[in-house]
Design a protein around this ligand. Sequence first.
Ligand SMILES: [Fe+2]
Length: 282
Amino acid sequence: MSAGHLPHPGDGLSAPQAVAGIGGADRESVPGFGSGGPRDGEPAPAWSGLSGRCAALDWAAIAAELDDFGCATVPGLLSAEECQRLAAAYAKSELFRSRVVMERHGFGKGEYQYFAHPLPSPIARLRGALYPPLAAIANRWYEAMGLEPRFPPGHAEFIARCHAAGQSRPTPLLLRYRAGDYNCLHQDLYGEHVFPLQAAVLLSAPGEDYTGGEFVLTEQRPRMQSRAEVVPLGRGDMVVFPVFHRPVNGARGVYRVNMRHGVSRLRSGSRHTLGIIFHDAS
Ligand SMILES: [Fe+2]
């Protein structure tokens, strides 16, 4: 283990060797973090029941929203404290494998960092717990689009496929925008293996921490004008959306639309987001 992976007791975000990863126990003991349940009148400890929270979401409603609008929002998936810890983790460079300054690549303005392996436990658990219900939606979509349904029920199996194809660099990331920053419309493709849905959690409070900076999706329809969707989010809310395409029911059957996402210009303050992409990068 390198010095770069020393645990940081207290935030539960950086002791991957001491805590469970994908499929691990939901209640865990992290130094300085608390392993017991909440006492009367106290909020639940950060990250407790995280996998269960994901499993307990109304996945039928999420699927219906994705089918109808191309995105679904889940209010309050993470607590204010969890959001704060994640946003603060942006400063811990040892947690990340690389940092991208968007302006240098023409991606926009602002920056993001990809988490390094092993992923911090809450990130690994979110990825592992969100994947199975999303895989069911992805397989249904692929069937509707006449593509071979190809996504196994568990994330470990899917990620093993990515790794076998040389896509082994983790893709979950934290993004940071400051006044004037924005993210151009794009698709998060990182190689041959693509899981077609992804999630983002807003970690900052709109109106308090920042203004502007709306999450935007566009849908490019064949031989028709494009459609934009601005997704209002509060701190801790998750948005689920397609990576690059999705099926739409038309009068003459199902057609495929091309999706892109981005963030409009921040007018003031700073905004942090957690991005969960389910395929790894080559
Ligand atoms: Fe993205």
